[in-house]
Design a protein around this ligand. Sequence first.
Ligand code: LMR
Length: 328
Amino acid sequence: MKKLTTMFSVLALYAGMSAGVQAAPDTIKFSHVVAENTPKGQMALKFRDLVEERIGDKYVVEVYPNSQLFGDGKEMEALLLGDVQFIAPSLSKFSKYTKKLQVYDLPFLFKDMKAVDRFQQSPAGQALLDSVNSKGLIGLGYLHNGLKQLSANDPLRVPSDADGKKFRIMSSDVLAAQFEAVDAVPLKKPFSEVFTLLQTRAIDGQENTWSNIYSKKFFEVQPYITESNHGVLDYMITTSTEFWMTLPDEDREVLKNALNEAVAYGNAIANEKAMKDRQNILDSGRSEIITLTDVERQQWVEVMKPVWNQFQGEIGEEVIEAAVASNQ
Ligand code: LMR
């Protein structure tokens, strides 16, 4: 009897296949650490929707925001293990895989986001996307968030105001050196822990973009935000060689086009989002936004800029020069 049932199941399966019953779509997981209402969050959702529209019979993209699936300490390993297929970490989080991307962390390197964009699109900027290839990772493109601001429990107007204060930083030696340059104490911590660290006053401050400060409510527990625009926080959309290169060519192309469009969308809203969230913070009355005078800002530049020399060997002089040239 059992034999007969098995035979019928096999026949039914065969009949289903020949009648065109399709296999379930493959799941593609996109994991990130920020809120959905941010350039990265919106970009990932756009990518999901475009894939569904264009090739939804073959692939379904699941987006996991807010470190739900993996925090930033784990997402690259998860990518290499095949537990997730796309991530978009901040450029500051790649130092285990390449030292070249450290260029983006150099303080006061880019005068504005247009300069960042020019550098990213230049041959030198594009070449940096390949700097992780030897580690089994593929950089598929850049995504903007924006320029970083300094938030703290006390007002930060001149570098000596940061003396002895503890700042959360992303896992970057350049960022550590930047805070050491003002005699502050940098602490490398995952993004998911920042709010609690600030709320409990285990740390005094942090640096981040307007959209992250707003969407993660840092402004509710940080009475002062200095509009320093001292560095950039952008992303590299990253996949693994193992996943990407084993896709059928035609699928890879559809996915890449969808990704490019999603990135263009994310980039187009990034600046507007930054300005809107800055205004939201201002309107909340929870945090005072400190505008630096030219003289005050110049003091931060003078103390922090020597950090460039410390990392020039690892990054490459020509890469730094190309980045500087993008300011013109
Ligand atoms: C941070 O850790 O502060 C940021 O990298 C979070 C993000 O992905 O924007």
